[in-house]
Design a protein around this ligand. Structure first.
Ligand code: FPP
Length: 224
């Protein structure tokens, strides 16, 4: 969800103003999913690198995440959205982690749309954490190293219950992956759009999905 800062700057406003506007877009995009046939949506809200931002911005974002959860919880539950969080919770404040756990619990029986919010998430960090857990299993004698393959490692990732992404959309004109779902996106299609996240409407989303539907995906095989 890139471009919030620039969107705010262009209006002579502080960066947090852009993050707030970005938060409102999340609602619109999530609500459009059932009609557009999107069952799984993952949004990148805060990366393991975002701690390098000013203290004011980091605190502001954490406050925004708590406000988002408080404000949206009931609507998400009532609209059939199952919410999950990925990322390392260890560095997040206890109150926020508690709210994240509660929202996951509140929506755990929903199945219309699966919304995953990545907070303190980094693809490399996720693979490192997964490897650590896997190594512990080996050390405890519960896992034979010879049996470890890609499928085994995937079970230790934060996303173990989720399908791999079909399409990754990056907003704001940047053509980088920036540590997002590195492992899971091995065969994903990419769309890089110039639109800043606060301007990313459901109509733009729908158009990108229409283009995606025209692509031929071969997963390493030849055309059939
Ligand atoms: C990247 O834009 C955006 C973020 C780091 C924050 C995203 C958070 C939200 C949209 C709030 C919604 C919250 C939830 C929990 C769904 P940027 O700041 O890097 O923008 P720039 O590249 O223009 O500076």
């Amino acid at each position: 969800m890139d471009g919030n800062g620039r969107w705010a700057q262009a209006r002579g406003k502080p960066r947090l103003f852009g993050h707030q506007a970005g938060g409102r877009r999340v609602r619109e995009i999530v609500e459009s999913c059932p009609q557009l046939g999107v069952k799984y949506l993952t949004v990148f809200a805060f990366s393991t690198e975002n701690w390098k931002r000013t203290q004011a911005e980091v605190t502001g974002l954490m406050t925004l995440f708590k406000r988002y959860i408080t404000k949206e919880a009931n609507a998400l539950r009532d609209n059939g959205v199952r919410v999950r969080f990925i990322g390392d919770r260890i560095r997040l404040e206890t109150k926020l982690v508690e709210m994240m756990d509660n929202l996951e619990k509140l929506t755990e029986h929903n199945d219309l749309v699966h919304l995953t919010i990545a907070i303190n998430y980094g693809g490399r960090d996720e693979v490192a954490r997964a490897t650590k857990r896997l190594a512990r299993e080996v050390k405890a004698g519960r896992l034979d190293p010879e049996e470890v393959d890609a499928e085994t490692l995937a079970k230790y990732l934060d996303t173990y219950v989720l399908p791999d992404p079909d399409l990754v959309i990056r907003t704001s004109g940047e053509a980088r992956i920036s540590n997002f779902l590195l492992w899971q996106s091995a065969y994903a299609e990419y769309e890089f759009v110039d639109t800043l996240w606060p301007d990313f409407t459901k109509d733009i989303f729908a158009e990108i999905l229409r283009n995606y539907a025209k692509r031929e995906r071969r997963f390493g095989a030849v055309a059939g």
